[in-house]
Design a protein around this ligand. Structure first.
Ligand SMILES: NC(=O)c1ccc[n+]([C@@H]2O[C@H](COP(=O)([O-])OP(=O)(O)OC[C@H]3O[C@@H](n4cnc5c(N)ncnc54)[C@H](OP(=O)(O)O)[C@@H]3O)[C@@H](O)[C@H]2O)c1
Length: 287
C-alpha cells in the first residue's frame, strides 16, 4: 500500500488524485490530521486514517502495511518542522516501508538564507541515515507564491518588493503529477532528485513585464529597501520572525539559490511544464 501524508493540503490532495489515475484505490492510503476532511477519498475506496506528525502512535496506525510512504513536508518551520519530519520518517521505517519519499525543495541547503531550506536539508540528512531506500523530491519553488508577490500590482501598477533574483517557479499541479508518477513507478529516483522545475527561471522584472503584456497596462517593478519592506509587513501585522523569513526568500533568490532548472520534471511528465505565464494569465483574468 502507498501512503501519502498531507492529503488534505494543496499538494498532497493533487498527488492522491494523480495517483488514483495510476494505481487502484485499494492500494492507496492517506494519513491526515482530520479524516473527516478526506471523506470523499474514503468513499472512493482509499484507506483514510488519522496521522499527526506530533503524535507518533497515530502514525504507526496510519502507516500500517505501507510499502511506500510519501511524507509531504509540514507547513511549519524550524526545529518543530524537522522534528515532525523525523517522526514521520521513523514511523515509516518502523512499519517496514520499502521506500520513503519526502517533498524536499530545489533549494535545500544547510547554509541557505531562506529558513525552510535548512529544515529540508536536515530532513534529507535524516532520511539518508535511515538505511531505507528513499527519494527526496527536490521540488521547484511553488509558482503560487508569485500570486502573493504580485499583491496589488495590477491595481497600483507597481510591483513593490525587495531586490530578488531568478526563480524557477513551478506549478503545484506539475509537482503533484510528478510525485504520483514516482510513487507508481517505484525506484525511478534513488536519493535526492535533480531539481524538479519548470524550464525557465524568472525574476520580478520578468513578472512585471509579463503582467504588462497580458493586462494592457504598465506594471512597473519597484525595488524596495529590505528593512523598509520588512517594517511595512510588520506594520500590517505580520509577526517579526515571519517577516524576517519572507525577507530571507528574497536574499536567497538574489544569491541564485532558486535559479537552477533541469529537464527532469518535463521528462517525468512527458509534456512541457506549466509556464509561470499561465498563472499570471489567471491573475490578470481574475483581476
Ligand atoms: N516548493 C515550495 O516552493 C514550497 C513552498 C511552500 C511550502 N512548501 C512545502 O510543501 C508542503 C506542501 O505544500 P502545500 O502547498 O500542500 O501546503 P499546505 O496546503 O499547507 O499543506 C501542508 C500539509 O501539511 C499537513 N500538516 C501540517 N502539520 C501536520 C502535522 N503535524 N502532521 C501531519 N500533517 C501535517 C497539513 O495538514 P492539514 O491538511 O490537516 O492542515 C497539510 O495537509 C508545505 O507544507 C511546505 O512544507 C514548499
Amino acid at each position: 500500500m502507498i501512503i501519502v501524508t498531507g492529503s488534505t493540503g494543496e499538494l498532497g490532495s493533487r498527488i492522491v488524485e494523480r495517483l488514483l489515475e495510476r494505481v487502484p484505490a485499494d492500494r492507496v492510503g492517506v494519513s491526515v490530521r482530520d479524516p473527516e476532511r478526506a471523506g470523499g477519498l474514503a468513499a472512493r475506496g482509499v484507506r483514510v486514517r488519522r496521522g499527526d506528525f506530533t503524535d507518533p502512535e497515530s502514525l504507526a496506525t496510519a502507516f500500517d502495511g505501507a510499502t511506500q510512504v510519501l511524507v509531504v513536508s509540514t507547513n511549519t518551520t524550524g526545529d518543530a518542522a524537522v522534528a515532525q519530519h523525523v517522526a514521520a520518517i521513523d514511523a515509516a521505517r518502523a512499519v517496514g516501508a520499502k521506500r520513503i519519499l519526502y517533498t524536499s525543495h530545489q533549494g535545500a541547503a544547510e547554509d541557505s538564507l531562506f529558513a525552510p531550506m535548512p529544515d529540508h536539508a536536515a530532513t534529507e540528512r535524516h532520511l539518508a541515515a535511515t538505511g531505507v531506500p528513499y527519494t527526496a523530491l527536490r521540488n521547484g519553488f511553488y509558482a503560487a507564491t508569485v500570486r502573493h508577490l504580485v499583491g496589488s500590482a495590477l491595481e497600483t501598477g507597481e510591483l513593490v518588493a525587495p531586490a530578488d533574483g531568478p526563480v524557477s517557479w513551478t506549478a503545484h499541479a506539475d509537482l503533484a503529477e510528478a510525485a504520483a508518477i514516482v510513487l507508481a513507478e517505484e525506484g525511478r529516483f534513488d536519493g535526492a532528485t535533480p531539481p524538479l522545475t519548470a524550464p525557465d527561471a524568472l525574476d520580478l522584472d520578468d513578472v512585471a513585464r509579463i503582467l504588462t503584456e497580458l493586462g494592457g497596462r504598465t506594471v512597473r517593478r519597484v525595488v524596495a529597501d529590505d528593512e523598509d519592506w520588512r517594517a511595512t509587513l510588520v506594520g500590517h501585522g505580520v509577526p517579526g520572525d515571519r517577516s524576517s523569513m519572507l525577507l530571507g526568500m528574497f536574499r536567497a533568490a538574489r544569491r541564485g539559490e532558486f535559479a537552477a532548472t533541469a529537464p527532469d520534471l518535463e521528462t517525468l511528465l512527458g509534456r512541457p511544464a506549466t509556464p509561470l505565464r499561465t498563472l499570471l494569465e489567471e491573475l490578470v483574468g481574475g483581476a
